[in-house]
Write a protein that binds this ligand. Structure first.
Ligand code: UDP
Ligand code: MG
Length: 313
């Protein structure tokens, strides 16, 4: 199969028929073998009924229905797991992303050898204060922290080589950091393509300014998780040991100094409290590492979502 198109959605009943038809047209024109995987992330409108109806006339359409709303990351993650296509493309359901971009995105993966290509909404139709300004700030920080030269990490329109989506796990609010996750998994060739951003045609946005607060907390946790989650003891243990050694060293010095000059009490010597603090910090860090290691080894999968229904999968 050439293509899997994954569409996370929550309450987008009006857009779905138009979107499905548009994608079908593009894929038929380009003779792609394809599937459209619509992931209904706990919609409370008739989105799922619409998907079931679409499936009747087009069996390239497949669906996953979550028991409740788990968020866009969870929806993408389930779509990634189900995807069969050699190239996987994600796009928002609200017709803000144009399916006409699909052939070029696919070409960049198949012909130009990119592992992943991220859309860049250079011209946006969003609220300047709540979206465009925080987004500029967010993108520049993320780019600096991750050393990935992208202008628009959050763009819903992205394309991937199949093995990229099969090797990453997206959870929490991590959908904004998929390029970062991909890079950490060892996929280095990450490209960017300016894409058309259209005004939302139906319904309302599901994200506001609070996404950026969540996004930054996730950036902290992703940095931490990416570096230390598998072996927390390697991080905490090392620093714990260093502090403990420092404390022991100073203690040894204090004991020797006490023999050399018996007139000053041990507790009155400079360095006494430093030694004490270092020993305590060292032990605490070591303990933190030990506990994290226990948790890391026994952690249950963070990605278990209740799926109410599936069609075509
Ligand atoms: N979405 C989702 N789960 C959520 C919130 C949003 O699957 O909890 C979907 C939504 O239906 C849309 C995409 O994620 O297809 C992007 O959301 P939205 O258009 O509201 O974001 P914006 O374009 O305003 O950034
Ligand atoms: Mg949108």
């Amino acid at each position: 199969m050439d293509l899997s198109i994954i569409i996370p959605l929550k309450n987008e009943e009006e857009s779905l028929p138009e979107l499905a038809e548009w994608i079908r047209r593009v894929c038929v024109e380009n003779r792609y073998t394809y599937e459209i995987i619509m992931v209904d992330d706990g919609s409370t409108d008739n989105s799922w009924d619409v998907i079931e109806k679409l499936r009747i006339t087009d069996n390239n359409i497949k669906g996953i229905k979550f028991q409740r709303n788990y968020g866009k990351s969870a929806a993408l993650n389930e779509g990634f797991k189900a995807a069969h296509g050699e190239v996987v493309i994600t796009m928002d359901a609200d017709l803000q992303d144009s399916p006409d971009e699909i052939p070029e995105l696919r070409k960049m993966i198949v012909t130009d050898g990119y592992d992943m290509v991220s859309g860049w909404k250079k011209v946006r139709f969003d609220n300047t204060l709540t979206k465009n300004i925080p987004s500029k700030f967010f993108n520049s920080v993320t780019s600096r922290v991750s050393h990935i030269k992208l202008h628009d990490f959050n763009c819903g329109l992205k394309a991937y080589r199949k093995k990229v989506v099969k090797s990453i796990e997206v959870y929490g609010e991590m959908h904004r950091y998929i390029p970062v996750l991909a890079k950490w998994s060892g996929f280095k060739k990450i490209g960017e393509k300016v894409v058309e951003h259209r005004p939302r045609k139906y319904g309302v946005t599901k994200f506001g300014w609070e996404r950026f607060v969540n996004g930054f907390l996730d950036l902290l946790s992703i940095t931490f998780v990416g570096k230390f989650s598998k072996r927390p003891m390697h991080f905490f243990g090392l620093w714990g040991t260093l502090f403990f050694m420092l404390g022991l060293g100073i203690t040894l010095y204090l004991i020797i100094a006490k023999f050399v000059d018996t007139s000053v009490a041990l507790t009155n010597r400079p360095g006494f409290y430093l030694a004490l603090t270092s020993l305590i910090i060292g032990m605490q860090l070591f303990l933190a590492g030990f506990i994290s290691e226990l948790i890391a080894r026994n952690a249950p999968g963070r990605n278990t979502y209740l799926i109410e229904d599936k069609i075509g999968l």
